[in-house]
Design a protein around this ligand. Structure first.
Ligand code: FMN
Length: 204
């Protein structure tokens, strides 16, 4: 097997839950989904309502060849409650981009939509990797920094944000980490453990 082939499939048998929240960097999460799939991982996407104003579920459905979860109230293929089963099945939950709003909801323990509920049900089920992205003032706001401190204290993993040119045409901290960096951070977390033993995946 060539080196290139080995690297491409090193996440085979791992399941990634990719959650997308409503920021301008949503388009980069399509690239991340594609890179994760190319690495061999099974990728299931969950989206907030607001993220669907930036990017269509169809994009992720096509890239991952799986259905995309957009609501707590959608029925799942095996009639399980997806706010619990998606994190049970996943080896990691990635939120990219993670909005200021989502960080606040996770730090406050809210569970009023699918992605925030998954954030709660991930505890004890799979590690969480957050990739925040927002305007610098939103990122540097004391409440956002406090929320990040709380989340880190509880063991949440964080990649970025990077510093650079932002969509709002300013320069500063708040850029989404590059998809390749997020992939590497996910890979580092995943390869610490073998993939979960699972029966027929309830995701499809
Ligand atoms: C054009 C536009 C771009 C936005 N970009 C961001 C962003 O990059 N990061 C962020 O935290 N919020 C951003 N927001 C605000 C979020 O969309 C807003 O807080 C929303 O409630 C987030 O919902 P969600 O976290 O449930 O997806 C943006 C809003 C608009 C209108």
């Amino acid at each position: 097997m060539s080196r290139k082939t080995a690297k491409q499939s090193d996440l085979a048998d791992y399941e990634v839950l990719l959650c997308v929240t409503g920021g301008i960097a949503c388009y980069k999460s399509a690239d991340l989904a594609s890179k994760l799939c190319q690495s061999g991982a099974g990728v299931t996407v969950a989206m907030t309502d607001n993220s669907q104003r930036f990017i269509a579920p169809l994009t992720f459905q096509t890239l991952t060849a799986r259905r995309v979860y957009t609501s707590l109230w959608q029925s799942s293929e095996d009639f399980s409650s997806q706010h619990l089963s998606l994190t049970e099945q996943a080896d990691v939950m990635i939120v990219a981009p993670a909005t200021a709003n989502l960080l606040a909801r996770l730090a406050g323990g809210l569970a009023d939509d699918l992605v925030s509920s998954l954030g709660l049900s991930a505890w004890g089920a799979c590690p969480i990797l957050l990739a925040p992205a927002m305007n610098s003032r939103m990122w540097l706001a004391p409440v956002t920094q406090e929320n990040m401190k709380r989340l880190c204290k509880w063991g949440v993993n964080v990649i970025g944000p990077d510093e650079g040119t932002l969509a709002c045409r300013t320069v500063g901290p708040g850029r989404l980490a590059e998809p390749a960096e997020i992939l590497q951070a996910a890979r580092d977390l995943l390869l610490r453990k073998p993939p979960k033993k699972r029966g027929r995946p309830s995701v499809g």
